[in-house]
Design a protein around this ligand. Sequence first.
Ligand code: FES
Length: 151
Amino acid sequence: MAIVNLNVNGKSHRVEVEDDTPLLYALRDHLEVNGPKFGCGLGQCGACTVVVDGQAVRSCVTPTTVVQGKGVTTLEGLGSSKKPGKLQQAFIDEQAVQCGYCINGMIMTASAFLANNKNPTDAQITEALAGNLCRCGTHQRIVAAVKRYIA
Ligand code: FES
């Protein structure tokens, strides 16, 4: 077992987890932060993406112990359903969600990307989000949402 100090969306937490417990489980099961979703559990779909110290990270394959003392941002850190953040509102305005399962990870990947790319091209946006899978096929609307955000 390990005791890990986590800073999630600006709040400090202490969690006791197995040495190999994925960050996704610590967030969802210990802290009830349910923005990150379990998709593949293999680091391949992006549904579980969170931002750790500015980098998009697949929380399903990231041991909780690795993020000891680091800043973790989840979808909840960008806004809420009652008061969406600007990026979340852009996704709403573009109706980028169909089933919605991938969207939280999409937004978090986009958030990390946009923090370092203030005026990306369409191709750069598409490339940045290519690793996040959407089975509904709303990629065009998702890219449109990111473009709306930067407009
Ligand atoms: Fe983590 Fe798919 S659930 S990448």
